[in-house]
Design a protein around this ligand. Sequence first.
Ligand code: DGL
Length: 270
Amino acid sequence: MNKNAIGVFDSGLGGLSAVKQMLNAMPNENIIYFGDTGRVPYGNRSTDTIRRYAMQDANFLLKNNVKMIVAACGTVSSVAPDLESQLGVPYTGVVLPTCHTALNESKNGKIGVIGTSATINSHSYKKRIEKKNPDFQVFEQDCPLFVPLVENGFIDRDDQIVRLVVEKYMSGLKNAGVDTVILGCTHYPILKDAIADFMGDDVLLIDSGKETALYTKKVLKENGLLNNSDTYGTAQFYVSDTPDNFEKIASLFLSKDMQGKVSRINIEEY
Ligand code: DGL
């Protein structure tokens, strides 16, 4: 039993897709979330820069005595897979849990992976899936406009701009006949409804936030770190730029009022 918080970070709002699921799966856990809104997006930056940012994000969480760190960011998980060795607390990214589910769930062995450009260029998901099952075919697509859409509040499935961008990025995977798509960036589950509308009911969308939250619970359990108290946990939210926009979109996505509940920090100090 350990009452310390779980530390979760992302470049911005995306990691909230993991937090939302954690609040469901582990309501008594405390959570500290950091969204690097001052430096989002990560996905079109160099590997060196992403690794430096990720280390600073993790250091901020470690200073807050977290018991586990979750890189709720496909980009960090893909380009800094060795982050874990530098932390001294249990860690997970999003690649392992989502690939595990895709390998179990796909019936026709054709899996689509969508992510940021850095993620897709790393082939992190493709390599892991093909290593586990060489018979599987993985089709990759980067979707660089999805993160800015989400960060700017374009998340409605009926928004014409959202629908057009979804069609542009998803057509190739649809034509390839994939039966499973990994939403390999944690921002993308926020667009899940729009993506589902385009791909149709027969295609399973794997929510990186959800799979990562469930895997986090498993790791905590295995390490004897679950918080078994019978009261609800607290969630604290930090960002590296003005909280206003984050509060607005987070309120919509988490279906709870976040106004005044997000604090700004200077991430360059970590
Ligand atoms: N949510 C991040 C991811 O999962 C977005 C990265 C970005 O900022 O481009 O990849």
